[in-house]
Design a protein around this ligand. Structure first.
Ligand code: TRP
Length: 454
């Protein structure tokens, strides 16, 4: 087993493995479902410009900070803070991260379960002959139907756990190295199909044409929120993955490759979806229904749709799976290292506990529809508290920790691999991590809670 010498820990064994696993975490439902829609609605090319600026000025900074913490400590999210700041309350950030992973996974895997239902429907030709309204009803009926969303959710949890249980090299690295290239191939095929539809240009214009009049202060915040969520930052996923990166791998170039890959896939997803939406004259503003209602309608009308529909839902399921394993790994690494469980036991226990919480998320429109707080179902509550509260708070403290607490020497040692890399960008990084990133995150957070309003 390859491990960091002396640590006895499992680690990634190749640069490609690190990038596949980390990009696998970042690239998910956030890219394929959410990005195209928010970009289209918030100014197209102008939004894209803002999004790129945030990825570069903030996303990359938080991601590198997580890697620095993780690789320096060689521990899980909680253990990393315990080790780097003994006797200080910083480990609470780690506890928050583990809780966030627990909660995000519960609702994210519920949506991932929907992708399996839709994969199944596309294979058995379940969309055939349905009008857009009927497809909408089909989606509603599925989510309200008692056992199906729950069954698919549980299947997805089992899939996730069965990869994580095998460890970093033999599980996560091995599968993401196969799944990520597969995802790219499917997405390229779908984009080509979409671009060759008559009228595709309209969709590209919708996605790319900069409309600066749509850049309101809200769009700015949406762009920042999307950048954070899409890069999987703020809850220690990348502290955990960073702890498996070998000491001689270059953290900064890894961060750049992963951010580029994540952004590229988000844009490519837009290229696969919007030309088709416009070619068939469908309203692009279908939000959560875009993937589960609008697209099945399009596949039905499109030549070759019966092949492209299953391909698309395989793509979604694969993207979701490489993200769910990164969330489960956060919890498992904590259980193994801090609670001294075997990986097997840790995986089973955490997957079972998360599945119990997830039952309520998956059943939020069915069995548990009456379980609400302030008008939100369990799914909505988990979604809101994690993305709008836990992630920004986590990201904020992570950059504060690296910028102000960890010490220049320790940070320099990680980004320069103990001085063997020049890392001339360090001055810029220090400035961003100390000032720009925390201030920007604080603004988004306070605005999200309505404490300050733009
Ligand atoms: N980035 C993933 C997506 O775009 C979701 C995700 C995975 C995530 N791990 C995370 C989001 C950790 C925040 C934190 O779908």
């Amino acid at each position: 087993m390859a491990s960091v010498p002396g640590s006895g820990r499992d680690s990634f064994t190749s640069k490609f493995g690190i990038i596949a696993a980390t990009a696998g975490s970042a690239i998910g439902l956030g890219n394929i479902w959410r990005f195209p829609y928010v970009a289209g609605e918030n100014g197209g090319g102008a939004f894209l410009f803002l999004y790129l600026a945030f990825v570069m000025a903030i996303g990359i900074v938080v991601m590198l900070s997580e890697f620095v913490i993780g690789r320096s400590a060689q521990r899980n999210t909680v253990g990393a803070f315990l080790k780097l700041a003994p006797g200080k309350p910083w480990f609470l950030i780690g506890i928050m991260g583990v809780s966030a992973a627990f909660m995000i996974l519960a609702f994210y895997a519920a949506v991932a379960g929907w992708t399996l239902e839709y994969l199944y429907q596309s294979v058995v030709n379940g969309f055939a002959g349905k009008s857009p309204d009927e497809l909408g009803e089909m989606f509603t009926a599925f989510r309200e139907g008692s056992w199906r969303p729950i069954l698919w959710f549980l299947i997805f949890m089992v899939l996730t756990a069965s990869i994580v249980i095998s460890g970093i090299q033999k599980g996560i690295e091995k599968y993401t190295k196969i799944l990520m290239p597969l995802l790219l191939v499917i997405l390229v095929i779908l984009s080509i199909r979409s671009l060759t539809l008559p009228g595709a240009g309209e969709g590209l214009r919708f996605l790319f044409k900069p409309d600066f009049s749509k850049i309101t202060s809200r769009a700015v915040l949406v762009a920042l929120g999307q950048a954070l969520f899409s890069l999987s930052i703020g809850m220690g996923t990348l502290i955990t993955y960073g702890s498996y990166i070998r000491k001689n791998d270059n953290l900064a170039t890894t961060v750049i490759s992963v951010s580029l890959a994540d952004t590229f896939i988000a844009i490519l997803a837009g290229v696969a979806i919007f030309p088709a939406v416009f070619a068939f004259g469908i309203d692009p503003a279908a939000e959560e229904g875009l993937v589960f209602i609008t697209l099945p309608g399009i596949f039905q009308k499109m030549a070759g749709g019966c092949i492209f529909a299953p391909l698309f839902f395989i793509l979604l399921a694969v993207a979701a799976l490489t993200s769910t394993i990164s969330m489960l790994e956060v919890v498992v690494a904590y259980f193994v290292e801090e609670l001294k469980m075997t990986r097997r036991k840790a995986t089973i226990i955490s997957a079972v506990l998360i599945s119990i919480l997830g039952l309520f998320a998956a059943g939020s429109w069915g069995w548990f529809e009456n379980m609400t707080l302030l008008g939100n179902n369990v799914f909505g509550l988990l979604n809101f508290t994690t993305i709008n509260i836990l992630l920004p708070v986590g990201g904020f403290f992570i950059v504060l920790f690296v910028g102000w607490f960890m010490g220049k020497k320790a940070v320099k040692a990680e980004i320069s691999n103990e001085g063997s890399l020049k890392a001339r960008f360090r001055i810029v990084f220090v400035f961003l991590v100390r000032f720009i990133a925390p201030i920007a995150i604080a603004i988004v957070f306070l605005n999200g809670l309505g404490i300050i309003r733009f």
